[in-house]
Design a binder for this molecule. Structure first.
Ligand code: ADP
Length: 253
């Protein structure tokens, strides 16, 4: 039974094999650790709105409340439930992308039409916060991408630009061609991102200032989704930012 012809390994090869096994086992431990950290963060992100939901649902049942007070508690319940719904949707999106069951269905469409449609969609939110939204589209060109996914990318970036900017500032959406590449940019004059955090913001559940972002309702999944969607298109994303001066996110396809 043991008399099989195993290939003879030289000392060098044995050494290489040992190194490979060690690397593999280190990788496995890292993946395990990351998975546990991720699960802990997700549980925390879900636990907080659930605690509010239960608490406010109990308060809303009190008989002595007047209509206005009850309405107020029910609004908070709705808000927290929406937050949970978004979180679950984002997690499912990410899981799908990780599983590779996710496919990009490309079509051809006009760059100016694409930007115009998106701006139309978000304009009311910018008006409400008193932030001017500009577009710089130059000559029209043909974008070849999954339109819905590309919309999701730019809407996420615009959502962040809106949240991390003060009223009275400006946000600009650009679409132009550089050599053979389609370039899409979202620029804001908001709070900016410290250099040390500029790579980490693309990681799942990462937020620069946990408490500040929390009040905006983000779970730190938006940019992770944007990055995965961009890469699924074979594209790249980068950020240029200076604290206090704003940020520019650039997608190249
Ligand atoms: P969130 O839902 O918390 O906004 P994201 O993944 O979209 O999650 O962003 C991760 C973090 O990156 C944010 O919590 C915030 O700290 C930072 N960030 C993202 N976009 C901007 C921006 N335009 N200006 C300043 N900070 C930003």
């Amino acid at each position: 039974f043991y008399d099989v012809d195993l290939p003879k390994l030289s000392n060098d090869e044995l050494g290489e094999l040992a190194t490979s096994i060690r690397t593999l086992s280190n990788d496995l431990s890292r993946v395990k650790r990351e998975r546990n950290e991720f699960l802990a963060s997700v549980s925390h992100e879900m636990g907080t709105p659930l605690t509010y939901l239960i608490g406010y649902a109990k308060v809303a049942q009190r008989t002595e409340l007047d209509d206005a007070e009850r309405f107020n508690y029910l609004s908070i319940i709705e808000e927290e439930a929406e937050r949970l719904k978004t979180l679950v949707k984002n997690l499912m999106d990410l899981a799908q992308m990780d599983e590779m069951t996710f496919s990009v269905s490309r079509s051809e469409f006009s760059s100016t039409g694409f930007v115009r449609d998106i701006v139309q969609l978000v304009q009311p939110a910018f008006d409400m916060k008193g932030i001017s939204l500009f577009t710089e589209t130059g000559d029209d060109f043909t974008l070849v991408a999954d339109r819905m996914r590309l919309e999701q990318i730019i809407l996420n970036l615009l959502d962040n630009a809106l949240h991390y900017s003060e009223s009275g500032t400006t946000v600009t959406v650009r679409a132009f061609q550089n050599k053979k590449q389609a370039v899409l940019q979202v620029q804001d004059n908001g709070c900016g991102i410290p250099v040390d955090n500029q790579q980490e913001i693309f990681e799942k559940l990462y937020r620069v200032e946990k408490s500040r972002s929390r009040s905006f309702g983000g779970a730190g999944l938006g940019l992770a989704i944007v990055k995965e969607l961009t890469e699924a298109h074979g594209g790249t994303i980068d950020v240029q930012s200076e604290p206090g001066h704003g940020s520019t996110f650039t997608i190249r396809l």
